[in-house]
Design a protein. Structure first.
Length: 375
């Protein structure tokens, strides 16, 4: 298959973020301290991203990313790139199980827009490394994730000053995303991934009520998330694959929420207009595979059965049995395998080594060959 027709997900896949090399962490720290220029930082980033792309190819990753090496967060850096969205630091981070996250967030300074997003140039950089059998993929937070961040604790009053009405806010978010999607497509992007913790949040009532103000009901929040995501997807090019990755939090090997997909499945699985779902299934917090029956059978599902939170390698026979179980609810020919999340959703990274990271990637490849008898 040529690079012009390569589309994620692949049978053996990854979610997209990778552990940051020490050289990158030092350069970003030096830039923040004013000791090196933005051009110098970008030079360091470019060199390390090129090495990462080569490594991904060596390990059989057909849809490579930049590892999110230019970001501090999996979501906020994209949001800061939208028009009239400002970087702020709150007094507190998210309180995950076992840790508090970094304190970055967003604040509006006007109406939201999507023109001239810096991620488009970031994508152009990695597109140059496409070749036969390998294609560049871009990851961004889902529109619903942006909507949620606008109402995170201290942000609510500021957001309401610009958008007293939810309908206008949802419309502007979707319009901004459609602009970014249009610009990425013009830059050659045919593989885009929405990363989305919102569905993993609202399966856990305690988590959502603790983290968000103006909590109404599960149904109201689910309908908002579905609406803003689908509005952003309206008019997407037919030859552009847009997938979504659904997560319950992944920060320094800690998680944020728990709950099965069953409650959200009639919304996101049955109705969200994406082409594929990357789903967290690495422990009991995710529930059973039964909810997969809501996903249209022609779509693809990537089972996140390999954890990025711990270095220990999973038992192959156990994972093979899990794949077989999932296939009782969804066609095995449309199932794929990956780690449950990225290796470094934020620059702090998970509590594993680079060796552990690539061992996990290789394990996915080995299990795929066994489960689907692929060479």
């Amino acid at each position: 298959m040529s690079k012009e027709t390569l589309r994620a997900p692949f049978r053996a896949d990854v979610v997209g973020s990778f552990l940051r090399p020490e050289e990158l962490k030092v350069a970003r720290s030096e830039f923040a301290a004013g000791n090196i220029s933005a051009d110098k930082l970008r030079e360091v980033e470019n060199g390390l991203i090129e090495k990462l792309v080569a490594k991904q190819k060596q390990h059989g990753i057909h849809a490579f990313t930049d590892g999110e090496f230019r970001r501090a967060y999996w979501h906020l850096d994209f949001m800061w790139g939208l028009n009239n969205v400002e970087h702020i630091e709150l007094e507190h981070g998210y309180r995950f199980h076992g840790i508090e996250t970094a304190k970055g967030s967003i604040k509006l300074t006007g109406k939201i827009g999507g023109e001239n997003h810096p991620f488009v140039d970031d994508y152009r950089f990695i597109k140059q490394f496409e070749e036969e059998g390998f294609v560049a993929r871009q990851t961004i937070p889902a529109p619903a994730q942006f909507l949620t961040e606008l109402f995170r604790g201290d942000n609510t009053e500021n957001t309401r000053a610009y958008y007293p009405d939810d309908e206008e806010l949802i419309s502007d978010i979707a319009k901004a995303y459609r602009q970014v999607i249009k610009d990425l497509y013009a830059a050659g992007c045919r593989n885009l991934q929405f990363d989305d913790c919102t569905w993993g949040m609202i399966v856990d009532d305690n988590y959502l009520q603790q983290k968000l103000k103006n909590w109404t009901s599960f149904e109201t929040e689910a309908e908002k998330f579905l609406k803003v995501n689908n509005l952003a997807l309206e008019g997407k090019p037919a030859d552009m694959v847009i997938s979504t990755h659904i997560c319950r939090g992944n920060y320094n090997s800690c998680y944020a929420s728990s709950g099965a997909y069953d409650r959200v499945a009639p919304y996101v699985f049955a109705q969200e207009n994406v082409d594929a779902f990357y789903l967290e299934y690495d422990d009991e917090r995710s529930g059973s595979f039964e909810a997969l029956k809501y996903i249209p059978k022609h779509k693809k599902v990537v089972l996140g059965l390999i954890t990025t939170k711990r270095p220990e390698l999973e038992d192959k026979d156990f994972i093979l049995a899990r794949i077989k179980e999932a296939a009782t609810y969804f066609p095995i020919e449309n199932l794929c395998l990956s780690p449950q999340c990225g290796f470094a959703s934020c620059e702090i990274g998970n509590r594993i080594t680079e060796h552990d990271q690539w061992a996990k990637v290789d394990l996915v490849q080995e299990i795929v060959k066994l489960a689907w008898k692929e060479n």
